[in-house]
Design a protein around this ligand. Structure first.
Ligand SMILES: [Zn+2]
Ligand SMILES: [Zn+2]
Length: 373
């Protein structure tokens, strides 16, 4: 192999928890064995990124965040054959080894061989990102940069019929939300669904509920604009949870509660609400990432007598090789409306404003659009 050449790319770097990201040029090394370099078309701005900036889930520093992206392969390292330069790809943010007990059992979201990823490193324990001598950490897909290097298995060849910019959303929000319904909870047609929190993941969960044939479908949020968006996506009823008597208003639609309640915020108050809204025999599905140490008080007798369950959903319980082609098919058929999830677009320089909008509870998903070159 020729000596690996690095490229200079614009990236948004987090140097300090709670501080604005710094948009600047950094160096990105060539992909090594089992890696792919991708030029990004777009990146979503996800609440998980914001939680890292705030230190709720602190990343190793300095770091380039962003984990929801799609783009085009620029270069592949040795041993990579499933994609080649020029291919459009969507990035999944969760690498997996394919070899461990969890992977072989068909549960790659529980792969126990990817601790290096949590440390902001590549599989060989180093980073491809740096600024001079300063090592800069990755954040899985690392999409707040014009280009990124990712583990090969996380670059999924994208169906040519799908807009590559909108496809970025498939990488986190859509896979998580649709997977929560179809894979984690396995919602049956005709059963009732309630979704608490109508951001990118919550709206995707609602889309999953529509695709699964659930009815009725209730959307709950405190922001009227998000509820309007939920209604357009297919929610049959919307509940403004800033108003009193939430339980009573939900029970007026689904007496006894909903069969499946999805909590997409990870907030102690709404987690408690989710449990209380779940019908006898139903499932409470925790999709949102709670702050470490968050407690949920549950009466176990109620779970036993009413055969209710509380289950966690990590990244939609997805098997990327199986579930991305399924999402592509849902896009092609028009069952998935990606454009409805996007509330605004900006350039990378607008990243801090995007976080500010998120903190104020505005909009669904902001998409960072990278220039063509
Ligand atoms: Zn995300
Ligand atoms: Zn594994």
């Amino acid at each position: 192999m020729a000596a690996p050449e690095s490229v200079r790319v614009k990236a948004a770097v987090l140097y300090e928890i709670g501080k604005p990201l710094v948009v600047e040029e950094v160096e990105l090394d060539a992909p090594r064995a089992g890696e792919v370099r991708v030029r990004l078309a777009a990146s979503g701005v996800c609440r998980s990124d914001w939680h890292m900036v705030q230190g709720i889930h602190p990343p190793p520093l300095p770091v380039v965040l962003g984990h929801e992206g799609a783009g085009w392969v620029e270069a592949v390292g040795p041993g990579v054959h499933h994609v080649q330069p020029g291919d459009a790809v969507v990035l999944t943010w969760l690498p997996h080894c394919g070899q461990c007990v969890a992977c072989r059992a068909g549960r790659p979201t529980q792969c126990n061989e990817v601790a290096w990823s949590d440390l902001g490193l590549m599989r060989d324990g180093t980073t491809r990102l740096h600024r001079g001598e300063l090592r800069i950490h990755h954040n899985s897909a690392t999409t707040f940069a014009e280009q990124t290097v990712v583990p090969a298995e996380t670059a999924i060849a994208l169906d040519a019929s799908i807009d590559v910019r909108q496809a970025a959303l498939l990488g986190c929000a859509v896979m998580t939300g649709v997977g929560a319904v179809r894979r984690t909870a396995q919602v049956a047609p005709g059963r009732s669904v309630a979704v608490i929190g109508c951001g990118g993941v919550g709206l995707s969960t609602l889309q999953g509920a529509v695709i699964a044939g659930a009815a009725p479908i209730l959307a709950l949020d405190v922001v009227p604009a998000k509820l309007e968006r939920a209604r357009r996506i297919g929610a049959t009823h919307v509940i403004d949870t800033s108003q009193p008597d939430v339980l009573e208003r939900v029970h007026a639609i689904v007496p006894g509660g909903a069969d499946y309640v999805f909590e997409a915020l990870g907030d102690a108050t709404t987690l408690d609400l989710a449990v209380r809204l779940t019908a006898r025999g139903g499932k409470t599905v925790i999709v949102g990432l709670a702050e470490p140490g968050t407690k949920l008080v549950v009466d176990p007798l109620g779970l036993t007598l009413e055969e209710r369950s509380i289950i966690g959903c990590f990244y939609g319980s997805c098997v990327p090789e199986r579930d991305y082609p399924e999402l592509f098919a849902l896009c092609r058929s028009g069952s998935l409306q990606l454009s409805e999830l996007v509330s605004s677009t900006c350039e990378l320089e607008g990243i801090n404003d995007a976080f500010a909008r998120m903190a104020r509870g505005e909009g669904a998903r902001t998409i960072i659009v990278y220039p063509d070159d």
